[in-house]
Design a protein. Structure first.
Ligand code: FAD
Length: 441
């Protein structure tokens, strides 16, 4: 009798997902504002973890390392993360037994799985009399905030970006002053965070440090961004993906220092907006006619592409960079994606899935947008007849072969394979196949 009568601690839950930081955090700010002790919660969601193709996933190791850092920070405020391993449904059954939960605050996520998950969780909580609040945090403008004058979503980037810039003011990029309310965290001893092995992973531990905004790189971004051999881009995609940096802080810097950089952040918003309004892009071409392309889907060629053995040095360099580091420079992502879908006529979804497996910064909206752009099937895509010429791209963006030789050191030796297909032949074949499938005769 006594135990069931024990009063449970009244809390607001802050459910962290793609916003893994304490500073300038929308959901945390709103949770702390209510004056009810705030309990931070993270769920290692088995619906997602069980589907990962490898048990040596660097992203799980990354998240794990960030949680350990957050735990350190929280314990400085007398608080603790509470980490659950299971489905969100199981997690909220557990937390609503453990605490007297008043409300759950979290950040919006625009992916189809996340939308379904959140509506299921909201329903479950409603039955228990618990409020569910979801806040915009990971983009500057979301959902219906930037629409055409006729009320429909944009599908072309340039007019979208103009409206985005016209709509921007201090309100959208101001920082949420979470630290003024850190005394509102629920006070408890640090709880244990399950180790990677307990979660079923054998990845090496990730050495995580909080990122700093690379101001000098951002200042010169328009001049350096297309040179894969140098550190000319911000390398923040991983941090934007998991929210270990605030998009608002970055947008403020971009606005001050470099419009080209700001445009990249707008592309990010653009693809999130596309995913929200057109969820059919997951698994289908944005432009339905492109679903009629008879892909060759040659498995051997796909393997050569994956392993960086196509005989096209810039393509192979990119794929080896990806396989080794979990990252690839944007210029090279465009080249390898065009090569797969056009030179080899392999379904862009195969490439998309391979990137999803390997990229540390994997993000459904940006990856799908990038692949559909390269394959020509996307909303504001490169026209189908634009087939990147790997040799010309190399001349232009890696003229001294510095990037290529870093990843393909055997370039000049007999060990390096002959091109898997001749460029002129492949280009002609792609144009014919695309033209026919799109009925453009
Ligand atoms: P920077 O050049 O410094 O750009 C700053 C930030 O802007 C990036 O961190 C990123 O968040 C955003 N950004 C830049 N370019 C784009 C873009 N084209 N679309 C959306 N956001 C952009 N980006 C991902 O974050 N995750 C992905 O899974 C992903 N897959 C891609 C697949 C293909 C085929 C292509 C062509 C591009 C893909 N991109 C993806 C976009 C882009 O290549 C990366 O964001 C960028 O290379 C990351 O490096 P960075 O942080 O140094 O970027």
């Amino acid at each position: 009798m006594t135990s069931s009568r024990q009063t449970k601690q009244r809390v607001n839950i802050w459910w962290l997902r793609r916003d893994l930081r304490l500073e300038d955090n929308a959901a945390l700010y709103h949770a702390l504002q209510q004056g009810i002790p705030v309990q931070p919660v993270f769920i290692f969601d088995t619906n997602i973890l069980d589907d990962l193709p490898s048990k040596d996933d660097k992203r799980v190791a990354f998240i794990h390392a960030v949680l350990l850092k957050l735990q350190e920070q929280l314990s400085n405020h007398g608080a603790s993360l509470d980490v659950f391993h299971g489905t969100p449904r199981e997690a909220f059954e557990h937390y609503s037994n453990k605490y007297k939960v008043v409300a759950v605050h979290t950040a919006n996520d625009y992916e189809p799985y996340a939308r379904e998950r959140d509506s299921e969780v909201a329903k479950l909580l409603a039955l228990k009399g618990i409020a569910f609040h979801s806040w915009k945090d990971q983009v500057i403008f979301e959902k219906e905030e930037i629409l055409k004058d006729d009320g429909r979503p944009y599908t072309v980037f340039t007019p979208y970006s103009k409206k985005w810039k016209a709509g921007l003011n201090d309100f959208y990029i101001k920082s949420y002053p979470t630290s003024s309310y850190f005394t509102h965290f629920y006070q408890q001893e640090a709880l244990a965070i399950p180790g990677l092995q307990k979660l079923g992973f054998n990845s090496d531990a990730y050495k995580f440090e909080w990122p700093k905004i690379p101001s000098a790189i951002i200042k010169n971004y328009d001049k350096t961004r297309d040179t894969p051999a140098i550190a000319g881009t911000s390398r923040l995609s991983l941090h934007l993906r998991f929210g270990t940096i605030s998009i608002r802080a970055l947008a403020r810097e971009a606005l001050r220092d470099n419009e080209t950089y700001l445009n990249e952040l707008i592309w990010r918003d653009f693809y999130q907006m596309i995913l929200w309004h057109f969820p059919h892009v997951v698994g289908h071409a944005f432009k339905p006619a492109y679903d009629h392309i008879p892909w060759r889907n040659n498995e051997k060629e796909f393997d050569a592409w994956k392993t960086g053995q196509t005989g096209y040095p810039i393509v192979d360099a990119g794929m080896r960079e990806l396989n080794t580091t979990g990252y690839m420079h944007n210029r090279v992502r465009m080249i390898v994606a065009s090569f797969l879908s056009k030179h080899l006529l392999i379904d862009w979804r195969w490439g998309e899935a391979y990137f999803a497996e390997k990229l540390m910064d994997y993000d459904l909206a940006a990856n799908n947008g990038g692949w559909q752009w390269a394959a020509g099937s996307g909303c504001d895509a490169a026209p189908y007849f634009r087939v990147f010429n790997p040799a010309l791209q190399t001349q232009k963006f890696d003229p001294k072969l510095e990037y290529v030789k870093k990843w393909v050191p055997e370039l000049d030796s007999f060990d390096y394979p002959q091109p898997i297909v001749a460029h002129d032949f492949a280009r002609k074949r792609a144009l014919e196949v695309y033209k026919k499938a799109l009925n453009e005769d």
